[in-house]
Ligand binder design. Structure first.
Ligand code: INI
Length: 157
């Protein structure tokens, strides 16, 4: 049996991070958790490319552009869609997630979805560094693990 498990060594793994300005109080904490996790896993900040976009609906295209760069191994998309604050919660959250998934499959580059979708701002804060961890940090771990695992699976792309 061939069993492949990606390690969590970020050294030399170049990441793109697309981050939304909408709900910036939350997204800047997610970004800081992501950068901190990357450093703790052995990554060098010089290997990060961070692009800010207006909102979650702009993340898929920015993530796709980053994923198309030959020097980038994986992308993390950071945003926060809060139900209480938007009429169009399902549209914004759903289209953002669907666009990120499409960009990932179209480019063959891992794109990890770190867009919080919560009912309240308190729930978003809990996932941005308070009692429920930091989803930006979790996403970086997922991205590194995926890059390492897929490098062993091979098959190009
Ligand atoms: N964008 C978000 O990232 N989060 C939200 O909660 C949100 N709300 O509430 O609507 C939101 N809307 C903006 C959207 O992502 C686009 O930036 C905008 O529609 C312009 O295309």
């Amino acid at each position: 049996m061939l069993e492949i498990k990606g390690n969590l060594n970020a050294k030399g793994v170049r990441l793109g991070i697309a981050v939304s300005r909408f709900n910036e109080l939350i997204t800047k904490e997610l970004l800081s958790g992501a950068v901190d996790a990357y450093r703790r896993l052995g990554g060098d900040e010089a290997d990060l490319v961070v692009v800010w976009v207006p909102g979650a609906l702009e993340l898929p295209l920015a993530a796709k552009k980053l994923a198309e760069r030959p020097d980038i191994h994986a992308v993390v998309a950071i945003g926060a869609v809060i139900r209480g604050a938007t009429y169009h919660f399902e549209v914004v959250a759903g289209q953002s997630a669907a666009g990120l998934m499409k960009a990932q499959l179209d480019t063959g580059t891992p794109i990890v979805n770190a867009v919080l979708t919560t009912d309240t701002i308190e729930q978003a804060q809990e996932r941005a560094g308070t009692k429920a961890g930091n989803k930006g940090a979790d996403a970086v771990m997922a991205a590194i693990e995926l890059v390492r695992a897929l490098a062993e699976v091979g098959g190009g792309g």
